[in-house]
Design a protein around this ligand. Structure first.
Ligand SMILES: Nc1ccc(Br)nc1
Length: 445
């Protein structure tokens, strides 16, 4: 039996009703575990979301770039114990190369910046929307792929980059109808943690490991965090000092603890003052516990969260000034964020903000009998060349065509009939007003 035998037909043109043809599908029609199909309705929502990502990127003068989903595994080998590197969707290809389905976009961006080298002028403002993968034991039944909108700026060492990226995030939320009472953006700087580690003379090689551990604050208990920090070799007073500073929610308190003139505080003060000028100050708040879980961040980090506290972070990012040197070349200051396609949709559902995106086409062209299939083709073709979306229908009863027109929200029904065609005419029915008239076929717009 053909695999499509089990697929429903319209019950109108098939010889027997689809029910009598249903047989077990030969292949498993579900996509691989942890992955999704996008049938038309879901695809319209995804395209709507991505169009908003693109429109914000355009308004910020970012250029679109793209990369293979398949990357060399070497790009993602890091020793800081991040979840993302422990769940690599990695394998050996037929040429014996160690490759991965990329878990994130930033290393690919860095790779391309290095490859472009001196041929590009800085700053670079690039964005992409790409599928990212993780191989997680299905015990937790979580998805293994999602799409991420990434925006990154290379070659902008000052806080302007962070301010620009946060504006992009706020613009996106506002386009979707989300307000600063629904969502906040908490931000801090890894230089805060760096200053604390310096206070306790913690060796620099522990920095990224400590960041990855404290990023689990709020996910693991305080005891578990303390245990993991001690296991890196930190003294208990260093652990207490870290946890105490990371619980601060006020920049002035932070300044009291770290002392004035600390770079982290100066950066954050500058960002808050720029936020006032951009007009998004009510979206952001300082929260010293924000460190984000990626090893390569070096400065300001930020994440958007729903103020009801129900959901995981909606998006997140930060400054990564030393990623390129880990790939063996000179550093270029960089800053970026990733914005996944899943949590945002959950938030829109919760807020009743999912858009109604019905299918819509301009014209249905229908030959009233078989010998008019040719003329119907030329009518459809000329309308398409004029930019109309045209559904050319045949082998159906007229009753079915009217129902179909309603189902797909067609604006017009163009009927090609024998007597009209002999006079060079076609019949046009405006479906919203039921208005009906004849038009010269050659003058149909
Ligand atoms: N990094 C990553 C990849 C895929 C999914 Br689903 N979540 C996170």
């Amino acid at each position: 039996a053909s695999p499509t035998a089990a697929l429903a037909t319209d019950g109108d043109s098939s010889p027997a009703s689809s029910a009598s043809m249903a047989q077990p599908a030969v292949v498993d029609v579900n996509p691989p575990r942890g992955t999704r199909d996008f049938p038309p309705e879901e695809m319209r929502l995804r395209s709507w979301l991505f169009d908003n990502f693109r429109e914000v990127s355009r308004s910020m003068a970012f250029e679109e770039v793209d990369f293979p989903v398949l990357e060399s595994e070497a790009l993602f080998i890091r020793k800081a114990g991040e979840e993302i590197t422990q769940q690599l969707y990695n394998f050996e290809d037929k040429g014996g190369r160690r490759v991965v389905l990329r878990p994130e976009i930033t290393p690919s961006l860095a790779r391309l910046v290095i490859k472009q080298g001196k041929s590009v002028s800085l700053p670079l403002k690039w964005f992409t929307i790409g599928q990212c993968w993780r191989y997680e034991r299905m015990t937790r039944g979580r998805r293994r792929e999602h799409y991420q909108w990434n925006m990154d700026i290379f070659g902008m060492p000052k806080v302007r980059a962070e301010a620009e990226l946060i504006q992009a995030i706020v613009l996106l939320f506002e386009r979707l109808g989300i307000t600063s009472s629904d969502v906040g953006i908490r931000l801090s700087s890894r230089k805060v943690l760096q200053a604390v580690l310096d206070m306790y003379s913690v060796p620099q090689h522990l920095f990224t490991q400590v960041c990855v551990i404290v990023d689990k604050l709020g996910k693991l208990s305080r005891e578990e965090i303390e245990k993991e920090l001690i296991s890196t070799g930190l003294s208990s007073e260093a652990v207490q000092g870290i946890i105490e500073v990371l619980s601060l929610k006020s920049l002035s308190k932070l300044e009291e603890v770290l002392g004035s003139g600390v770079e982290a505080v100066a950066d954050l003060k500058k960002l808050f003052s720029l936020a006032e000028q951009y007009g998004y100050a009510d979206w952001i708040c300082f929260d010293a516990s924000v460190v984000r879980g990626l090893a390569y961040y070096t400065g300001i980090v930020f994440e958007a969260f729903d103020r009801e506290g129900e959901l995981r972070a909606i998006c997140g990012g930060g400054r990564y000034d030393r990623l390129l040197s880990t790939f063996g070349t000179e550093d270029v200051p960089a800053c970026g964020f990733g914005f996944g396609d899943a949590v945002i949709v959950e938030l829109l559902k919760e807020k009743g903000l999912l858009p109604d995106l019905p299918r819509q086409i301009d014209d249905i062209v229908f030959p009233l009998d078989e010998e008019l299939e040719g003329p119907a083709s030329s009518v459809a073709s000329s309308l398409r060349k004029k930019g109309r979306s045209v559904d050319l229908v045949e082998d159906k009863r007229l009753k079915w065509v009217f129902k179909h027109a309603e189902r797909i929200n067609a604006s017009r029904l163009i009927l090609v009939g024998k007597s009209e065609w002999e006079r060079g005419m076609v019949r046009v029915k405006i479906l919203s007003t039921r208005e009906e008239f004849e038009v010269k076929a050659g003058e149909l717009q």
